[in-house]
Write a protein that binds this ligand. Sequence first.
Ligand code: NAI
Length: 463
Amino acid sequence: MADAFDLVVIGSGPGGYECAIKAAQLGLNVACVEKNPTLGGTCLNIGCIPSKALLHASELFAEVTHAFPGMGIEVGAPKLNLKQMLSFKQEAIDGNTKGIEFLYKKNKIEWVKGLGVIAAPGKVKVGDRVLETKNIVIATGSDVARLPGIEIDEKTVVSSTGALAFEKVPERLLVIGGGVIGLELGSVWGRLGAKVTVVEFLDAILPGMDGEVVKNFTRILKKQGFEFKLGSKVTKVEKTKAGLKVSVEPAAGGDAQVLEADAVLVAVGRVAYTQGLGLEAAGVKTDKRGRVEVDAGLKTNVDGIYAIGDVIAGPMLAHKAMEEGVALAERLAGHYGAVNYDVIPGVVYTGPEVASVGKTEEQLKAEGIDYNAGKFPFTANGRAKANKTTEGFVKILADKKTDRVLGVHIIGANAGEMIQEAVVAMEFAGSSEDIARMCFAHPTMSEAVKEAALAVTGLPIHM
Ligand code: NAI
């Protein structure tokens, strides 16, 4: 017998689970199909959450050596218990995935376990069961992008998944790809003792980020021991008795250099995941990168079938997927819902963190928009001086004519929390003067945001 639902969401990552919960809160009868043994998708199981647990633990481990003595805390050299650190990570995963299971029960969302296949519009097959539904939301996320000829075994040649579970710290870790994953997980293992070399195809790390931020951040990472081979590509990884031999060539071609490593992390991006979903049979169109095509209302070319998150175009960020999931659920329940794609923050959770929202200087120049830039370094911020977290700066870019804030870029401790102030200001179409005239608690790192706003059209106080 077929079951009838208002909405079947395929995939329980941040996009899928928020869509399911919001739709259920608004009165729809919802099922969510998930093939993995736990809910939460990549983010909760093998992405954002476990990586942040390891980033937090490894940062504290490094601080024992680098920051404690200067503060008068003498505890001797730290000793790593990696097994315990990995179970600390597992606890973070379990706490979060069980939390979603609880929310599903609370909101009466049925978790249908298994692989969901779209049999036709309004029909999702899961094993022998057919779910009849008014609407289908594809929230199947993304998978690791692979490099031809480089086989990922998740032991010594790993994706982000394997790099969250090394049984011992690799002495030499070679990272392919200077993007977010490469720098975050490179930081984890670097802090725990690995010598980290990043091979990046382009001439700079973190493509798409503000150029000045990238330049400064590269310098900071080098100081931490990162080695960068920019404008380079890996052409071969060979396993030998002694470890791995990695052939690295200039991106434009030329003589290869052979580097030795104990582990290689492949972090060259992610691709939309639609395997076994039955898109072709259902007539759902994809673009040339395999992403599901949707219109401004997140609807595919087939009535009643929608898609959100990493499986469609746009930044592959959990919070972008969440916003899409909620907005779509609201619309399916007959309410208003929308995503403001101009104000989606991005954070790299390294130490210091890098965070940005809105346009970069490069984008503003390319779009011919005249702007004022205001910058304030943490070296001049009282709290940063007290905490010895003076690396980095806040930069605010505002329209020259209207003073409306168009972009904010921060390198600094807890930049990922601070950027939210800029998000709020930009969401309300605020100007740099609006920020400059607000009262900020003293002493906080956030005061650098106010000072950068003061610097947009005038002078900051503390410079
Ligand atoms: P990415 O797109 O951020 O970076 C991939 C990097 O690899 C780029 O710099 C690219 O130029 C380089 N690359 C590509 N092919 C290469 C090759 N053959 N040789 C050398 N370099 C090559 O992708 P990443 O880091 O794998 O992350 C995947 C996705 O997950 C991204 O969309 C990212 O935004 C997201 N993510 C976000 C996080 C966050 O918000 N904190 C954390 C982790 C992932």
